[in-house]
Design a protein around this ligand. Structure first.
Ligand code: MRU
Length: 349
């Protein structure tokens, strides 16, 4: 079924199952896939049916709840062993987005080793809360970020940090949506985002659905267009921010940040507090996922690279804090982020 002005619920709970939009087939097809266990949910995260840091966190929370529901009539020993396995398989699904580990820690604290019975419903309620809270946070970030964009701003974004990457509204695209809701005329430049094409397929789709003006470019056009004065700001999302303010995001983000600094364009990162990892001193300690070479040598059934060529496919890169004009969080904007400012941000909670 082709999507037509479809309200985006990236994840939803239906008939005792988790349903997630299959983001691998958008925009040609709009369809939900159903998940009944932690194993299935982990596979949905790994294969990128669901992607984007906050959405991965929500999916993981539901994965834990699904497993508790599935095992609720088993023995205490079986339940505990099954739950431990669920946490393990979900934690191994993707390494970079810290929201995954944040959500698992939150679910584990709820479970607390307790056995069977009512705990399954408690875990499901917690997963619902993770989802609802994500939308509230994105709206708060959106309001802070919208104030940074002037009327008429042309905003470059990389990858997809939209409703599809979250429970709804989005982080970077949430900032844009909130600015539009506030009456500002914003136009978006979406770069294609090789190799998985989240910009061309997902960001462009979201913006077209809502009639927010959007122009698609390939990744290698950004520098030229910045030199022409075509962008007023860059706003991106992130998968993990280290304690010193270094930002991991989709591969290619660092390149955009370097260009933005060269051309005096502000570079903002929309970032819920759940994406800040104070346990990691700087970006060099952030695990960078390497994905299948087939994502680089072709797309779906079409293979274009020379057979036998050696290939690298790091899925994320790290933008140093010094290139970040501001981190937009639900607690406010942190200009020129550093360790002291990030620690202070958490004490405001
Ligand atoms: O590999 P993906 O598609 O999961 O990467 C997503 C991104 O890099 C997003 O920019 C990031 O998760 C921020 S999502 C609000």
């Amino acid at each position: 079924m082709a999507a037509q002005n479809q309200a985006v619920a990236t994840l939803r709970w239906r008939d005792g199952r988790l349903e997630m939009i299959d983001q691998r087939v958008l925009p040609a097809q709009f369809e939900y896939r159903a998940y009944r266990s932690a194993d299935e949910t982990a596979e949905g995260i790994r294969s990128m049916v669901v992607r984007g840091a906050p959405a991965i966190g929500c999916a993981a929370a539901y994965g834990v709840a699904l497993e508790a529901l599935r095992l609720r009539n088993t023995s205490v020993a079986e339940f505990s062993a099954g739950m431990e396995k669920a946490f393990e398989v979900l934690a191994a699904s993707r390494p970079t987005a810290v929201n995954l580990f944040w959500a698992l820690k939150r679910m584990r604290a709820r479970w607390d080793g307790r056995a069977v019975g009512a705990i399954a419903n408690t875990l499901l309620a917690e997963a619902h809360e993770v989802l609802a809270e994500d939308i509230r946070i994105n709206r708060a970030m959106g309001a802070f970020g919208a104030a940074l964009l002037s009327d008429g701003a042309r905003v470059l974004t990389h990858c997809n940090a939209g409703a599809l990457a979250t429970a709804g509204h989005g982080t970077a695209l949430g900032v844009i949506r909130s600015a539009v809701e506030a009456g500002k005329r914003i136009s978006v430049i979406a770069d294609e985002t090789r190799p998985f094409l989240q910009g061309a397929r997902l960001t462009a789709w979201e913006m077209v659905q809502e009639n927010i003006p959007v122009t698609l470019i390939t990744d290698n056009m950004a520098g030229h267009m910045m030199s022409l004065g075509d962008f007023d700001a860059v706003v991106v999302g992130t998968d993990r921010v280290a304690a010193n303010g270094d930002v991991a995001n989709k591969i290619g983000t660092d390149m955009v940040a370097v260009l933005a600094r060269r051309h005096n364009i502000p570079f903002y990162v929309a970032c819920p507090l759940s994406t800040i990892d104070l346990s990691i001193p700087d970006g060099s300690a952030i695990p960078i996922e390497e994905r299948a070479v087939e994502e680089v040598t072709g797309f779906r059934d079409c293979q274009w690279a020379a057979q036998g060529v050696s290939v690298r496919n790091p899925a994320f890169d790290v933008t140093p804090a010094e290139l970040v004009t501001g981190l937009i969080t639900e607690n406010g904007v942190v200009h020129q982020p550093n360790r002291d400012k990030l620690e202070a941000l958490f004490s405001k909670r």
